[in-house]
Design a protein around this ligand. Structure first.
Ligand SMILES: [Zn+2]
Length: 329
């Protein structure tokens, strides 16, 4: 995969491409931005370009170096990820020791640190010097969705590239290229919040049943029925359940946005769930705009709380009982 095949973030790619072409790529870089939008992929393209045997401003994908990097067995390119959720000092020591050695077979050594925010303080501090003055033949790329969790002294030593979520149209195109029907691709592209990786991992049948389930929950909340049985499945604080709950809440949020759009008389093509249009119309008839907006706020608040790792049990029992008592919709 060269720059062209990395979807989205054209601005960032252009700057990197130009810097590589002019041989002016900074040695310490930080790629920041949400999950699933191609940060690590881009870092690998940079690593390949720096070592490609055929091109100097992109990866050819054919030479032995590009192929070895793609296979993860090129001695001068090291991808470092957290072990048990922490990047430890030993990993950074190995990086440091290797960074000062000349490349073995390539032109440049490249170190890609993924989930760089998981570096503990010791590890961060040990990296300061090499990030400050890396040897000309070594590039270090920190990759993170949470740059604010990286210590400022580390960040200030890197040139920061901010990556953006992938536009819905691009995600849709990628899904169609993967074999999805255009209508299904459209619906999926609307549900993933610009996360291309997540979009490509989705199975339509799974999403379909999840949306139907979310719709029942939406109706139960709307009609002030007991939603407890539907919620019960989520009230266990297992990670997988948490992720499922988050997805369900995102779908609820998309239903709510659609109700608001209908109330505001938006054109149907703007709906996030065009296949639910008739059902959504019905709900929209029976609520006020401010009720729908309150409901949406509650859902978005719950999603944010979940992402801050608040206890799933507490969230489910408190927030949803609030929904039911106050019945905003
Ligand atoms: Zn190549």
């Amino acid at each position: 995969m060269g720059f062209k095949e990395v979807i989205g973030n054209n601005g960032v790619k252009k700057i990197l491409h130009r810097a590589l072409k002019q041989k002016k790529l900074p040695n310490s870089l930080l790629f920041a931005g949400p999950e699933g939008i191609g940060k690590k992929q881009t870092a690998l393209v940079v690593a390949k370009t720096l070592n490609c045997l055929k091109k100097t401003s992109d990866a050819c994908e054919e030479c032995t170096h590009c192929i070895a990097i793609n296979n993860g067995n090129f001695p001068d390119v090291m991808v470092i990820s957290p072990a048990k959720d922490v990047l430890k000092i030993d990993q950074m020591r190995l990086l440091k020791d290797t960074a000062y050695l000349k490349p073995m077979v390539g032109r440049k050594r490249v170190f890609i640190i993924v989930e760089a925010e998981k570096m503990n303080d010791e590890a961060s501090n040990s990296l300061l010097k090499v990030l400050e003055e890396p040897p000309a033949f070594s590039h270090i790329i920190l990759v993170t969705p949470n740059p604010y969790r990286i210590i400022p002294t580390l960040k200030s030593r890197c040139q920061i590239f901010q990556f953006s979520p992938i536009p819905k149209g691009e995600i849709q195109k990628a899904l169609v290229a993967k074999g999805f029907q255009p209508e299904k691709a459209q619906i999926l592209s609307l549900l993933v919040d610009g996360n291309l990786k997540k979009a490509l991992s989705l199975e339509w049948e799974e999403v379909r049943s999840q949306r139907n389930q979310a719709w029942h929950l939406f109706l139960a909340l709307h009609k002030r029925e007991k939603a407890a049985p539907l919620l019960k499945q989520f009230s266990q604080s297992r990670a997988v359940i948490k992720e499922e709950l988050e997805q369900t809440l995102e779908i609820l949020s998309s239903f709510c946005r659609d109700v608001i759009l209908i109330k505001e008389k938006a054109e149907p093509e703007f709906l996030l769930n065009p296949d639910f249009e008739m059902n959504l119309d019905e709900v929209a008839q029976s609520v006020t705009l401010s009720q729908a907006m309150n409901f949406l706020n509650e859902i978005d608040f719950t999603i944010a709380a979940l992402r801050r790792n608040l206890n799933v049990n507490i969230l489910v029992s408190s927030i949803f009982s609030n929904f039911l008592e106050q019945s905003h919709v």
